[in-house]
Every structure is written in C-alpha cells, then in structure tokens.
Design a protein around this ligand. Structure first.
Ligand code: SAM
Ligand code: ASE
Length: 354
C-alpha cells in the first residue's frame, strides 16, 4: 500500500515538474499564431473551408507539418474542423480568426502578432538578465546597444514599419473608446505626441469634426508611407504631421496634447520633461490626455499589466504606472487636476487640465 502511495505521489511530482519544464510550450501560442498567419492559413480559410494540403501547396510548405499546425490551431480555438474526420478534413476560421487574423480585415492584428513574435519575444528570453541589469535587453537579444530604445526598435526600415503598423492596429478596436471617455469637442487643436502612423489622430478627427489634429513623431516615422491611400481626402487637411524630437524641439501649440502609450516608454524625469513641454506649448485651459494601461493601487496587479510592465523593462526605459503615479507626474509638470475614466478594453484615459 505504502508503495502505491509513493508511486502516486511520485507521479504527481513528475507531472508538476514536467509541467514546469514544458511550460515554455504553453507560452508558444504566439509562435503558433504567427506561423499560421505567416503561412496564410487564416487568409486561405477566409475564402471558405480549406484542407491542409491546399494551404501547404499555396505556401510551399510541408503538408504533414501544415496539418499539424492547423490541428494545433483548432485546439487553440483559432480554426474549427469543417469537414469529415481523419485524412483530408478541412478547417474554417472561427469568429476570432475571421475578425483579427485575416490580413487586410478592418480589425486585423496580424502586424502586432508578427511584431510580438519577433523582437519582444527575443527580449523575453533574457528576463533574468533584465532584472539583474535593470534595463532593456536589446544588446543580448538583437545586438544593438543604444541609449535610446527606439534606436533598437527602429534598427531597420522594416522593423520601424512593422512596429508602427503593429501599434496602429490597436486603435481600430480601442481608438473610439479612449477618445470618447471624455468629451474632447471643446479642444479645437489637438496634438498627438508620439502619435506614430496617425491612426488615433485620424479617429480623433472623425469623432471631433470641429477639431484639427497634428501628429508629432520622429522624422523617420513621419516620413514613412504608412498612411492608407486616399487618407488625405478622407481626413482632409485636419490631420497633419510634424517631424521632430519631442525631447528637444518645442511641441506645436495646441489645446489638447494626447500621450498614448508614450509615457510608459520613459522614466519619471523624461515623462516630466514631456509633460512640461506640453504645458509650455499649450495655451490657457489646455490639457493632456494620457492613454495607458493603468496598474491598480499599490501596483499589485492586474497580472497582464504587470507582464506588460516587465515588457517595458525589457524594451524601454519605462514601466506601467498606477493612477496615483500618473497624477503625481502630471501635477509636477503643472497639470494639477487629473481625472481617470475606464472606457472598457485594455486602455484607460486620463485627462488633466492646466
Ligand atoms: N501613440 C502611438 C500609439 O499608442 O499607438 C505610438 C506609441 S509608441 C509606443 C511611441 C512613439 O513615440 C513612437 O511612434 C515613436 O516613434 C515615438 N517617439 C519615440 N521617441 C521619440 C522622440 N524622441 N521624438 C518624437 N517621437 C518619439
Ligand atoms: C511600447 C509598446 C510595446 C514599446 C515597446 C513595445 C508593445 C510591445 N513592445 O510602447 C506593445 C505592448 N502591448 C500592448 C497591448 O500595448
């Protein structure tokens, strides 16, 4: 009897140990997702159920390996089996993959997946070193050692375009919500500081037709051809781009400065300098709208925000912060009254007036 008990105990311990040892595979859905996106699995299935052979042929991939990948996607809820069982069964997209994983669909997140499966994924391999060093891991992960994290993020034209595309995809889903958490119509001139491709700025111009919106970003980002064709006419002259370094050049005059996922890239002193820049350039009654994923009081959670904060340690000079920390930063820069609203979804909106 005692032996049987020992055996059960040992089996349990073995399961726990192997669970931990294989844990990295559990975290691989990002690679499964990316591989399937890369091979065009979801684009093929968007035109109706497909079998693995057809996808493999189109992608120039191994049929058996493609089948295994597609079976795994089905297990993860990214595809569903649409045809007969064994052998040549076909697969269809689920609502999730149809909505988010088909290239060119309005809510596509394909660039974000491609991005996350690349640079951030490589940085995460060096988490222990990041904690030891207290800084980003680009030197180890991608061989770039620079003071400015964006020198590493934008280490090639392709990397810059991918990062900018990846970040803009968020706003197809969340843009409207963060921009309507507060009524921004009194602000006639809006500047999106570090506004990337201008996706959020275009949404602001649509939502507030009485306002003009300017994107301020680096010359390289502003110079990229990321704007969709026909955009100039659609948003009209109300979305403009200004190139500059937001730590050196004065910001353009505005009634409202948007800082979306910018402060979390930087340490407190740099954040304060950015906010002071907005304070200096803005007229009386001007304000800042900070859009970030906010940590709960005390910084104990939620876990996804803490993981994102570790990601910022691995990739930037910044971290995620609590509402109290944002209030403190804003107050030090001359914006004493900060209000937070939770529009639903991952990002919070904080408005602080002069
Ligand atoms: N606001 C956008 C969003 O939420 O999708 C982009 C956020 S991205 C994390 C940070 C942005 O800051 C990038 O577009 C980057 O090019 C810009 N940026 C970084 N350093 C900058 C600098 N020194 N001057 C101007 N823009 C800068
Ligand atoms: C940054 C954002 C990101 C800097 C580096 C980054 C992301 C990955 N690497 O400002 C995106 C993080 N994910 C979300 C949901 O924001």
């Amino acid at each position: 009897m005692a032996d049987r008990g020992d055996e059960r105990g040992r089996d349990r311990d073995f399961r726990v140990l192997m669970g931990h040892a294989h844990g990295f595979m559990v975290s691989q859905p990002v690679q499964v997702l990316f591989a399937a996106c890369d091979l065009g699995v979801f684009d093929a299935a968007a035109r109706g159920p497909v079998c693995a052979d057809v996808v493999a042929r189109a992608a120039g991939a191994d049929p058996r390996a493609t089948r295994l990948l597609m079976d795994t996607c089905a297990g993860l809820g990214l595809l569903r089996r649409a045809g007969p069982g064994e052998g040549r069964s076909s697969f269809a997209n689920t609502r999730l993959s149809d909505t988010f994983l088909v290239v060119g669909s309005p809510l596509s997140q394909c660039s974000m997946l491609r991005y996350l499966a690349g640079t951030p994924y490589r940085c995460w391999a060096h988490l222990a070193d990041a904690v030891r060093d207290g800084r980003d891991q680009y030197a180890r992960a991608v061989g770039v050692d620079a003071e400015d994290p964006f020198a590493a993020i934008y280490r090639s034209e392709a990397d810059r375009v991918l990062f900018t595309r990846a970040l803009q995809e968020t706003w197809s889903l969340c843009g409207r919500r963060v921009l309507t958490a507060f009524d921004l119509s009194p602000f006639r001139v809006i500047c999106d500081v570090g506004g990337g491709s201008g996706a959020l700025a275009r949404e602001a111009a649509r939502l507030y037709p009485g306002s003009t919106v300017t994107v301020f970003d680096t010359p390289e980002v502003v110079g990229s051809q990321l704007r969709p064709p026909g955009d100039e006419e659609e948003a009209g002259p109300r979305v403009r781009f200004i190139a500059g370094d937001f730590f050196r050049a004065p910001l353009p005059p505005a009634d409202l400065y948007v800082l979306a996922r910018v402060l979390h890239d930087w340490g407190d002193a740099a954040c304060e300098a950015l906010l002071r820049g907005a304070h200096r350039a803005g007229g009386p009654g001007s304000a800042v709208l900070i859009v970030e994923r906010v940590l709960e009081a005390g910084g104990a959670g939620p876990p996804e925000a803490l993981l994102l904060s570790l990601n910022m340690l691995l990739q930037t000079r910044g971290r995620e912060r609590t509402e109290a920390e944002y209030r403190e930063l804003a107050a030090r820069a001359g914006f004493p009254r900060l209000r937070l609203r939770r529009p639903g979804g991952p990002y919070e909106a904080m408005l602080a007036r002069k």
